[in-house]
Design a protein around this ligand. Structure first.
Ligand code: SF4
Length: 389
């Protein structure tokens, strides 16, 4: 990038001017990672100071049986496959209650599009979970699943959301977004929920008072311009509804040979790599700069590892999800050494060690507890140091 354009972009960021599509593409073309980090950190600090939010949650996948076969997905199974599963309602409740001791505040539930499970199952699960864990907020279902419920129930998304909210639904999840541009989407997504339906369902949720997350799956066959387009669509919708609480860039993951059947399910694996840590940090930074009207940018650390999670806090990220157990959709088997579980204390130390103040939040980003500011380097050196992968 030439020095003139760099100065121009920098001036726009420091003046708080909205960046354009061309600006976004130009930022991705820059190899000056520290410069990008500095700009994103300026924006992040303006919005969130030196606070890093986190929540203590549990991820549950009620079924891995799915009617779709998205090209990148290693989670889905077809009915009758050896390791296909669907939880009974009491089983889901038992699993959720296993983390009760951790003062869990949120359950995050996403599932395959099960071909025969009746619609009634879903509000029933929510009611039972809410009865068993009344203080836990239920963040459940992607827009893709809501569109699936429309198909299997004959109800409208409006009626579905009303019933799910009555059963205890606090928020939708942000999944199913992947990359909205059809040029890419047609090659990776196999279900019927695209930008028109995804945005319709989130806008409807916002009109009912929900705050929802939005995601983007990056690092596969898309180009930076598709990431820019993805964020700009969301930014425009956010101008209308103001209902997105957080943006979550999700790093596309390679699959590993499934020990149960020797298969690799990811069908684009042979022609893709995974985004490098530098590419991930750039994606966080550019997303923070472009998506100027979303309050938070989250790193779902399971997909990045803990070192990149810490670094990303200087590249626009101010939110870490969470205390995760059994994350399966893209993380069925990982030989990178990324843990599946982080407890509250682990997260606190991770955030302090990076020099930020941890703030525990709930699903709606209300503050549950503010912790001390990061201790000084001298204080930290006086303590035995935790070693992060
Ligand atoms: S990504 Fe979701 S909808 Fe697509 S195959 Fe996997 S579980 Fe099914």
């Amino acid at each position: 990038m030439d020095a003139g354009l760099k100065r121009e972009l920098e001036a726009k960021v420091y003046a708080g001017e909205r960046l354009t599509r061309e600006d976004g593409v130009a930022l991705y073309e820059s190899d000056d990672l520290t410069w990008l980090g500095r700009l994103a950190h300026h924006k992040r600090t303006e919005l969130n100071g030196d606070r890093v939010m986190f929540n203590v949650n549990r991820h549950l996948n009620l079924t891995n049986v799915c009617s779709a076969s998205c090209a990148y997905c290693s989670f889905q199974r077809k009915p009758g496959e050896k390791d296909a599963y669907t939880m009974r309602i009491d089983e889901a409740v038992r699993k959720a209650k296993e983390m009760e001791d951790e003062q869990l505040t949120e359950l995050h539930i996403v599932n395959g599009l099960h071909p025969t499970l009746p619609w009634r199952y879903y509000p029933k699960v929510l009611r039972e979970l809410k009865a068993a864990l009344p203080n836990v907020k239920l963040k459940c279902f992607t827009a893709t699943e809501v569109q699936w419920f429309e198909k299997i129930s004959g109800l409208s998304a409006d009626e579905i959301l009303d019933e799910l909210m009555d059963a205890g639904l606090e928020s939708l999840t942000g999944g199913g977004a992947e990359i909205f541009d059809w040029e890419v989407r047609q090659h990776i997504v196999d279900h019927a929920c695209h930008w028109e339906d995804w945005s319709r369902i989130h806008a409807l949720a916002h009109s009912k008072g929900m705050k929802t997350p939005a995601t983007m799956l990056y690092g596969h066959i898309e180009e930076p311009r598709h990431r820019v387009d993805h964020v700009l669509r969301l930014r425009e919708l956010q101008d209308e509804t103001g209902g997105f609480a957080v943006f979550i860039p999700l790093r596309y993951q390679h699959d590993f040979v499934d020990s149960a059947d020797g298969k690799i399910r990811n069908r684009i694996q042979a022609r893709t790599t995974m985004a490098s840590p530098a590419e991930s940090l750039k994606t966080f930074a550019v997303s923070r700069l472009l998506f100027d009207n979303v309050p938070h940018v989250k790193n779902f650390w399971v997909m990045h590892g803990l070192s990149v999670a810490q670094l990303s806090l200087n590249f626009g990220v101010d939110d870490l999800d969470g205390s995760v157990v059994e994350y399966k959709i893209t993380h069925d088997a990982d030989s990178y050494g990324t843990p599946n579980t982080m407890h509250r204390d682990d997260l606190l130390h991770l955030i302090w060690d990076a020099g930020f103040q941890p703030v525990e939040r709930d699903t709606r980003y209300n503050v549950v507890r503010e912790y001390d500011k990061a201790p000084s380097l001298a204080e930290r050196r006086a303590e035995p140091q935790q070693v992060w992968a």
